[in-house]
Design a protein around this ligand. Structure first.
Ligand SMILES: Cc1cc2nc3c(=O)[nH]c(=O)nc-3n(C[C@H](O)[C@H](O)[C@H](O)COP(=O)(O)OP(=O)(O)OC[C@H]3O[C@@H](n4cnc5c(N)ncnc54)[C@H](O)[C@@H]3O)c2cc1C
Ligand code: SF4
Ligand code: SF4
Ligand code: SF4
Length: 396
């Protein structure tokens, strides 16, 4: 049965539970809100499958991408609705147009982040945009295998560890599978996100079920200064009027705690899937530093960084080439502004204190208290970068 000596190494991919022939593994959330496998030892037949599929116990080798591109979607509407340059959407549309199925992360009706699949273009809009909370894979590995066995093309988009989990779960190469991972800073606790939303609701007079929309990377103030935006209807009083709250990403307390690594999944501090170990065909990211690398592709509406990791990825990229404007860039330049490509986030020194007080104190107030000092430093760094950018623009 599954035995990871150090619980904190488990990425929560659900691979072990998906493969278990006696269904004796269930993922259950711990006190921090992250899910871990729990085994019903009475039902376990000791077949060892769970350990063979685990992407932490069996890790693939590091890779170097075949190509590195800066890219923007030519359709500005798509780009504005996506978190970076809008590359996920055309990849997904091309697979669906071919009769395929796309897997990705969406908000469910309780505003929890879950993985699901789409078989028509109209269903794709829910997958757009980064959601800063760990997504639950649920039955998606099993479903993907079913579609693959039926001969349908499958595009699976997820974090690198979820892609590594899928690859190990399948234990076979499928020519009809395309894996796309996002470059991943780390995933915050779903319980913290949920508590934050509930408490925001208590303050403003709405229930979580009355939230209408959430966007972590709204671009109304531009991509370089993305906003966290949500809208809701208050429970009583003003006849269904929709209220919208807009805050700079770096000022919103929930996002601040995420950026400062206060409540990431423990495995994210020693990620087993960095340096392209996930086995993905394509990796997508934000091209931070675009203003220095390829300023002609920076209009503040979002620029993607794309890594092509395999021939399958190369063919897939070619199929959307007409819909995007792109430029090949040196790998070493591309990764300069994005340390998360190769290195894991360093745990905040206040992480332990946060979880000791979580659920005992107001979440936003607690984040504020524990991030004040480090955030000041980060803001000073950001201000320096902004000043540098403004100086450049003035020169132009
Ligand atoms: C938690 C998280 C951390 C990230 N960290 C970085 C980083 O450090 N550096 C960087 O350059 N980019 C990071 N990204 C990725 C980046 O912000 C963009 O999402 C990515 O470049 C795709 O952008 P897009 O414009 O092509 O498409 P979008 O429409 O923005 O793409 C959305 C895609 O992201 C997937 N997705 C969204 N939320 C989740 C989630 N919670 N779990 C799994 N998959 C999800 C969707 O399934 C879809 O495939 C992160 C994204 C997330 C969700
Ligand atoms: S050893 Fe086999 S039966 Fe036991 S938990 Fe693992 S997969 Fe399930
Ligand atoms: S990493 Fe995935 S497969 Fe391994 S124990 Fe955790 S949930 Fe199971
Ligand atoms: S940082 Fe690594 S372990 Fe954490 S969610 Fe991202 S890929 Fe998974």
């Amino acid at each position: 049965m599954i035995h990871i000596v150090d619980k904190s190494a488990c990425v929560g991919c659900n691979g072990c539970a998906s493969v278990c022939p006696t269904q004796c593994i269930e993922l259950k959330a711990d006190e921090e809100g992250f899910s871990y496998p729990v085994v019903d030892v009475v039902k376990c037949i000791d077949c060892g499958l769970c350990e063979r599929v685990c992407p932490v116990l069996v890790q693939e080798g590091e890779r170097v991408p075949l190509h590195t591109y800066a890219a923007v979607n030519n359709d500005n509407e798509v780009r504005v609705k996506s978190s970076s340059g809008g590359i996920f959407y055309p990849l997904a549309v091309s697979v669906i147009a071919d009769g395929g199925v796309v897997f990705g992360a969406v908000f469910n009706d309780k505003w929890r982040v879950v993985h699901t699949h789409a078989q028509c273009i109209d269903e794709l809009y829910r997958m757009r945009g980064s959601k800063y909370s760990q997504s639950e894979i649920g039955e998606c590995y099993k479903l993907a295998k079913k579609f693959l066995s039926e001969g349908r093309r499958v595009l699976f988009t997820a974090t690198p560890c979820q892609i590594a989990g899928l690859r190990r779960y399948l234990r076979k190469e499928y020519t009809n599978l395309i894996c796309v991972d996002i470059i991943c800073h780390g995933v915050p606790s779903p319980a913290v996100f949920n508590a934050y939303l509930c408490e925001e609701g208590e303050r403003a007079g709405f229930d979580v079920k009355d939230i209408r929309h959430i966007n972590f990377r709204d671009k109304r103030e531009g991509w370089h200064a993305s906003s966290f935006v949500y809208s809701y209807v208050v429970a009583s009083g003003d006849e269904g009027k929709v209220h919208t709250k807009v805050e700079n990403l770096y000022q919103n307390l929930y996002c601040k705690g995420f950026i400062l690594d206060l409540y990431l999944r423990p495995s994210c501090h020693d990620c087993p899937s960095k340096r392209f170990k996930s086995g993905s065909d394509i990796s997508i990211a934000d091209l931070w530093g675009v203003e220095d690398i390829t300023p002609e592709l920076d209009d503040n509406r979002g620029t993607s960084l794309i890594f092509i990791n395999s021939e399958v990825g190369d063919r897939c990229f070619e199929s959307i080439a007409k819909e995007i404007t792109f430029k090949e860039i040196p790998f070493v330049e591309a990764i300069k502004g994005n340390p998360q490509i190769n290195s894991s986030a360093i745990e905040s020194k206040n992480r332990k204190a946060f979880f000791q007080l979580f659920r005992k104190e107001d979440t936003a107030a607690l984040i504020h208290k524990l991030t004040k000092a480090s955030f000041k430093k980060k803001v000073q760094r950001r201000v320096k970068i902004a000043v540098k950018k403004i100086k450049k623009i003035v020169k132009i």
